[in-house]
Design a protein around this ligand. Structure first.
Ligand code: HEC
Ligand code: HEC
Ligand code: HEC
Ligand code: HEC
Ligand code: HEC
Ligand code: HEC
Ligand code: HEC
Ligand code: HEC
Ligand code: HEC
Ligand code: HEC
Length: 307
């Protein structure tokens, strides 16, 4: 076969292949008569793009892109068992697979199969509603905070505490710090307890420094726990009854949990260095450690974080 014949041969087989109709598909128009409300609202759905494009294979177009070939369903004039993918009858794992057939490539979902949500059978359709979304973006089943609180009711109270991030007021969202699709293990705190806490994109940093960029570092003099254990070591991320979201009501109580010379770590292997004997704990002035150690998150000019 000369080259021209080969090209022609390949071309014709390719065209023939492309034209082989996928079996059992009838197209989305066919659903209009019986599922009118759904059909007439569908043009607003981001998934309508597949119909508008007009050039996708039937298994990726419109209604049947999710529900599967519907010929038998239409011929039977309806029924739940005649349609290949009736979500009300599908186990969680199958729903996940259906959506990931198109959505697996997105970076934000790269670790979804190992997330605590997937492990607990919480899948796409628990949070997203394709046909009855309550939000202008992302097809969420409810407004984000309400969606999360429906299952994490205990968290709401944490955002009502005197010191808090203003999630309930609508200034922030859970997804500013969490990736509900599952994040990767964090680089801080020895990778322990990820809690689906998002890392600032591409940097392996805590989500916190996206907004609190002055705490990002690197500093000439690092305060070890800020880098190693992470912000949550001293702060409650959601809310706290103490000022500055602190885990302890008194700053010194927080500091002395580590700076007491106990244990065997710290740079001399003799526990984290205790404060100096010049620090008179009976003198109220000394109890508020951060009035002197003002650069408690790290300093570029002074090893004791005094400036
Ligand atoms: C002749 C009427 C008719 C047509 C045409 C039709 N359906 Fe249906 N469909 C029904 C009826 C009736 C049911 C059963 C409802 C029930 O039992 O609650 C149903 C159920 C479904 C369900 C099951 C939902 C569930 O999880 O319970 C899906 C999905 C569905 N149809 C999708 C489609 C799609 C996609 C099309 C177009 C390709 C289509 N239907 C065309 C009548 C129709
Ligand atoms: C992106 C995937 C997707 C597409 C595209 C899609 N659906 Fe659905 N459909 C779902 C899911 C998921 C459910 C389960 C209910 C839910 O979570 O909202 C559902 C539920 C249904 C139901 C039964 C639920 C009910 O409230 O009665 C019908 C009927 C249905 N779809 C028809 C259609 C029709 C008709 C189209 C095209 C106009 C369509 N679907 C396009 C994913 C999809
Ligand atoms: C046939 C391929 C396909 C399937 C299957 C599919 N999607 Fe989509 N989805 C898309 C496309 C394409 C878009 C539009 C992306 C864009 O706007 O560029 C989209 C958009 C979305 C969006 C909105 C994104 C935004 O920016 O608003 C959500 C949420 C979503 N899909 C969830 C789902 C869920 C949940 C399922 C399973 C029930 C699903 N998808 C199944 C192809 C698919
Ligand atoms: C625990 C709840 C939850 C589950 C489970 C979930 N999502 Fe989401 N999803 C969200 C929230 C919340 C957002 C909005 C994030 C934001 O505001 O930045 C979102 C955003 C999206 C977006 C648009 C933005 C982006 O990240 O690309 C798509 C597409 C999407 N989800 C698809 C899916 C698919 C597909 C599945 C299942 C494989 C799924 N989601 C499972 C809660 C969830
Ligand atoms: C349908 C119920 C449901 C919804 C909706 C839901 N979750 Fe979850 N979530 C769970 C379950 C179940 C677990 C795993 C068990 C556990 O640790 O509580 C979990 C685990 C988590 C964890 C990890 C907890 C840990 O200890 O590792 C975080 C963080 C989380 N969810 C955040 C969210 C956010 C943010 C949203 C909203 C975008 C959300 N969830 C929506 C049910 C849900
Ligand atoms: C300012 C960042 C931030 C915001 C906003 C945020 N979280 Fe968290 N969340 C975290 C961090 C960090 C942890 C891990 C705490 C730890 O390991 O000590 C966490 C832990 C969790 C946990 C597991 C631990 C527990 O207390 O049960 C759940 C569930 C959770 N968050 C849900 C939510 C929900 C729901 C929202 C929105 C209403 C939300 N979070 C908003 C940062 C945040
Ligand atoms: C989306 C941006 C954003 C992210 C992410 C974020 N914060 Fe904040 N944070 C704020 C804003 C805005 C305030 C100001 C408080 C308010 O809303 O009144 C604040 C306040 C604080 C405060 C001081 C409260 C006070 O009383 O002055 C602390 C401490 C804090 N954040 C710690 C954290 C930690 C720890 C994390 C990560 C777990 C984090 N933040 C993630 C925006 C953010
Ligand atoms: C070793 C304990 C500790 C760690 C770890 C820590 N902080 Fe703090 N942080 C404090 C203390 C103590 C204060 C209160 C300072 C004061 O009294 O003015 C504070 C105050 C703050 C404030 C409010 C005042 C200000 O300086 O803006 C923010 C915001 C903050 N921290 C964010 C963070 C972030 C983000 C991280 C992680 C990168 C972090 N913190 C890690 C102890 C810590
Ligand atoms: C989670 C444990 C932890 C907490 C809480 C903590 N620190 Fe530290 N801090 C350390 C470690 C570890 C070092 C490094 C010293 C070492 O290697 O022994 C350090 C170093 C320091 C240093 C510098 C000493 C030097 O020469 O390197 C000062 C000053 C200091 N911390 C003050 C404070 C103050 C003030 C607080 C309370 C706001 C505080 N620390 C809370 C663990 C902690
Ligand atoms: C009145 C100001 C002031 C207050 C308040 C204060 N410190 Fe200090 N601290 C200093 C100074 C100054 C140094 C450095 C002393 C030196 O280098 O001689 C220091 C040094 C330290 C060191 C390093 C010790 C070493 O061996 O290098 C630690 C740890 C420390 N402080 C912890 C604390 C803790 C914890 C508190 C609160 C209970 C606190 N400081 C309150 C002024 C203060």
């Amino acid at each position: 076969m000369d080259t021209r014949a080969l090209v022609l041969f390949l071309l014709t087989t390719w065209v023939a292949g492309a034209q082989t109709p996928a079996t059992g598909y009838v197209g989305s128009e066919a659903c209009k008569t019986c599922h009118a409300v759904m059909w007439f609202n569908f043009y607003k759905n981001p998934h309508y793009k597949s119909i508008a494009a007009g050039n996708l294979p039937p298994e990726r177009t419109g209604c049947e892109g999710c529900h599967g070939p519907a010929k038998a369903h239409v011929e039977a004039r309806g029924g739940k068992t005649t349609i290949p993918r009736a979500f009300s009858l599908m186990p969680a794992a199958k729903i996940l697979d259906t959506c990931l057939a198109c959505h697996a490539k997105d970076f934000s979902r790269a670790n979804i199969r190992r997330s605590s949500h997937t492990e607990a059978d919480v899948v796409c359709s628990n949070c997203h509603s394709i046909h009855k979304s309550q939000t202008p973006k992302f097809l969420l089943a409810r407004k984000q905070a309400d969606l999360c609180y429906a299952c994490h009711a205990n968290i709401r109270a944490q955002f009502e505490m005197p010191s808090k991030h203003r999630v309930n007021e609508g200034f922030m969202q859970c997804s500013d710090c969490h990736n509900p699709h599952g994040a990767f293990a964090p680089t801080w705190r020895d990778g322990q307890r990820p809690r689906m806490v998002e890392q600032a994109a591409g940097t392996n940093e805590e989500a916190c420094v996206r907004c609190h960029s002055d705490k990002r570092g690197p500093f000439v003099f690092e305060h070890v726990p800020v880098r190693v254990e992470g912000c949550e070591m001293c702060h409650n991320p959601h809310g706290s009854t103490n000022t500055r979201l602190l885990r302890r009501p008194q700053v010194f109580a927080l500091c002395l949990e580590c700076h007491n010379g106990a244990g065997n770590f710290g740079r001399e292997g003799q526990g984290v260095i205790a404060q100096l004997s010049t620090h008179n704990m009976f003198d109220p002035k000394y109890r508020n450690c951060t009035t002197c150690h003002v650069r408690i998150h790290g300093s570029n000019s002074e090893a004791n974080f005094l400036r």
